[in-house]
Design a protein around this ligand. Structure first.
Ligand code: IVH
Length: 678
């Protein structure tokens, strides 16, 4: 989209700016308040670019309510103060139905009301309370609640929030208007923000509320501008005129002036309707896009409110009925490594039991070591625990002020707590894993099912139900035990009889005659699928040389990179695993010798170095191809190098090869060598 030309005169610029501001404000309102944009991001950006270009050319035409002012201002050294002429009060709480009924009874008594009172029900948003003042429809000041009478002046920050109008829309705007509401970060924005921070190596926020608070407390409002804040309006403070007779009428006017008013707010006649409203919101809590910590009931009629008045800290005409908290603090009693069915070891916090969201929680996952280090959770720490929906409870942060002086960082054990095998974290993986795949009881059912599966040892009739019984009754601890099973034992299992026991034993006997690739695959070595198993068998010819191979030797196998080589070497280094393999062979598991036909190894003994960019294939492909033919690929040129393959822009390796008299191949030369000798 080409940018339009600048206006020719200052007057034309002034006019165009007014048009653009109105248009951009309108789109902001649709996008950030109504959630229903009319134009694409690109079109919006084009309007913004035009506005910025004109304002740059005529800077004195910039006004405080221009959309350009939402990008933030240079940092302040401290926040000023804001005095609240109408105090920002707190709310009394109801913790159960009885508290709420008592509140309603007091309201009716004071009002001398016979029938039900009309209330407005609102979600109580879990964010930061704010007041924003408009003078003649233009935003002039925004402040936090502070102690209720004096708060901090965060005008520059609030201006950057797109759901806060900089100028009120529509008709009948009062001379002075203070709106009150809650600044939040919506759940999906929170997830995105944390993901972004994680990727950038920054500390993540424990919950949306902390994220919102942190974002508003920036001295540099340009940083606030980058945070996905949303403002929900729920009332007014000072106002130069009456806005109506009822709360819900005021909310309608606020909506018309461009504020975001929560769409779950309802007018409710009497307590039954209020209780229904509460139960319904409690049910739907997880599907709302923002965190709520309660439901607020407010007397709707303003005259009635006046008669009810205030106590020292809260209005008598409103009450907050709390929802069960999603978050609680408790102490970490221990951190326990827990071994999963695939061998992954997860650090799990053992907690002093605490009630969160209506459920008692005594364990919380710490996912993996990176996560644990990032949060720096230690035994003895006081932590925040969070439970949202059906998700597993999670530790969201440590209260470091309450850390005991002797708390030491936790580390992953070197040996599996279940079977004692080595624990290893392979390069590029997040999880630590137990290497005793064949012996570890935590992995037993999974390992045996894999061993018996069709493409592995193909033991017909050994399904999950049977394996579970065999493992539970400790009849089978390792795959080798399968071949020691006796007829009577098998026939005694649930759902087994003589016939099926015969069949299973016959299948086991048949399975002993297998192939080396199947056997390798059946061992369940991490990263070793059927193809890699095949390549290993072809390259080494038999099991012993594979078991003895170093990582350097293993990477010479096509398809085997450093991570896979590491996994294979560690698997065979584990004495428990070697023992099981010995037993399997002793039980009669066998395979025909794999012929390492010389025809497939024409490049055996030849060493290659690849440099530069190849046009027809990637370097990895070339490496695989050379290795498949028995050649070796190394990283640097030496006297031992037989061929240097030089692609585009080869660099210093080419000079070195020439110096040492190494044969240099171009891409065509390499192809000829690979193709001709195939
Ligand atoms: S009305 C005088 N309505 O809850 C009445 N408050 O404990 C003032 N809050 O500081 C509050 N959602 O930050 C009201 N729909 C809502 C609310 C709400 C959240 C917060 C607000 C206030 C605190 C009171």
């Amino acid at each position: 989209m080409a940018d339009p030309a600048l206006p020719e005169t200052e007057n034309a610029a002034r006019e165009r700016l007014a048009e653009l501001r109105e248009e951009i404000d309108g789109h902001n309102h649709r996008y950030y308040v109504l959630d229903s944009p009319l134009i694409s991001d690109a079109e919006y950006d084009a309007l913004m670019r035009e506005l910025l270009a004109i304002e740059e050319r005529w800077p004195h035409l910039v006004t405080p309510d221009s959309p350009s002012q939402r990008v933030g201002a240079p940092p302040a050294s401290a926040f000023g103060e804001v005095h609240h002429a109408v105090p920002m009060l707190s709310l009394d709480n109801a913790f159960d139905e009885q508290d709420l009924l008592d509140f309603d009874r007091r309201v009716r008594e004071r009002l001398g009301h016979q029938g039900g009172v009309r209330y407005v029900g609102e979600p109580k948003l879990d964010g930061l309370s704010l007041t924003i003042r408009y003078q003649d429809g233009v935003l002039v000041q925004a402040g936090t609640r502070g102690d209720g009478r004096t708060g901090e002046d965060i005008t520059a920050n609030v201006r950057t929030v797109r759901s806060v109008p900089l100028r009120l829309r529509g008709q009948g705007v009062p001379e002075t208007l203070e709106v009150r509401g809650e600044m939040v970060i919506r759940k999906r924005d929170f997830e995105a923000l944390n993901a972004q921070r994680l990727a950038a190596g920054l500390k993540t926020f424990a919950n949306p509320r902390n994220a919102a608070a942190g974002s508003l407390r920036q001295l540099d409002s340009r940083e606030t501008a980058r945070r996905p804040l949303t403002f929900f309006t729920f009332g007014v403070g000072v106002c130069s005129e009456s806005l109506g007779d009822s709360h819900h009428a005021i909310l309608q006017r606020l909506t018309a002036w461009g504020f975001r008013v929560n769409d779950q707010i309802r007018v409710l006649d009497g307590m039954d309707a209020c209780l229904d409203y509460y139960r319904d919101l409690l049910d739907r809590r997880d599907s709302l896009d923002y965190e709520i910590d309660g439901v607020v009931f407010k007397v709707d009629e303003l005259q009635a409110r006046e008669r009810l008045g205030f106590t020292a800290r809260a209005p008598r005409w409103a009450i907050a009925y709390k929802l069960p908290a999603r978050e609680a603090t408790t102490r970490v009693r221990d951190i326990i490594p827990s071994v999963g069915r695939t061998g992954a070891i997860t650090p799990v916090a053992d907690l002093e039991p605490v009630e969160v969201g209506g459920v008692t929680v005594s364990r919380a996952t710490l996912h993996n070591m990176d996560e644990l280090r990032r949060k720096d959770v230690r035994v003895g720490d006081t932590v925040m625990v969070r439970r949202a929906g059906d998700v597993i409870p999670e530790i969201t942060g440590v209260i470091t002020e309450r850390r005991p002086p002797d708390a030491t960082p936790w580390d992953m054990p070197k040996h599996c707590p279940v079977c004692g095998s080595e624990v290893l974290r392979l390069d590029e993986e997040a999880d630590h894993r137990c290497q005793g795949g064949l012996v570890c009881s935590a992995q037993r059912v999974g390992a045996i099912l894999h061993f018996a599966s069709r493409r592995a040892m193909d033991i017909d009739g050994l399904g999950e139900k049977i394996v579970e019984q065999l493992v539970d009754r400790e009849l089978v601890r390792t795959p080798a035990d399968l071949f020691r099973l006796e007829h009577a034992t098998v026939a005694g299992l649930e759902r087994m009889g003589d016939r099926s026991a015969d069949n299973l034993l016959a299948a086991l006997s048949r399975a002993k005659a297998t192939s080396l690739p199947r056997f390798l695959y059946a061992l369940g070595i991490r990263h070793v699928g059927e193809v890699t198993a095949q390549r290993l068998a072809e390259h080494f010819g038999d099991l012993e040389p594979i078991m003895a191979a170093s990582e350097e030797e293993l990477v010479q196998v096509p398809d085997v990179g450093p991570v896979v080589a590491q996994a294979i070497a560690h698997f065979f280094a584990e004495p428990h695993n070697r023992d099981v393999i010995r037993q399997l062979l002793a039980a009669g598991v066998r395979w025909p010798v794999v012929h390492r036909s010389p025809r497939t190894q024409p490049l055996a003994g030849k060493t290659f170095v690849l440099t530069g960019t190849l046009a027809g294939m990637s370097r990895d492909q070339a490496r695989n191809r050379i290795q498949a033919l028995g050649g070796k690929v190394t990283g640097s040129v030496s006297r031992k190098t037989d061929y240097l393959v030089a692609g585009e822009s080869p660099g210093s390796k080419l000079d070195k090869a020439r110096e040492l008299g190494v044969t240099v191949l171009d891409e065509a030369g390499m192809r000829a060598l690979l193709g001709a000798e195939d």
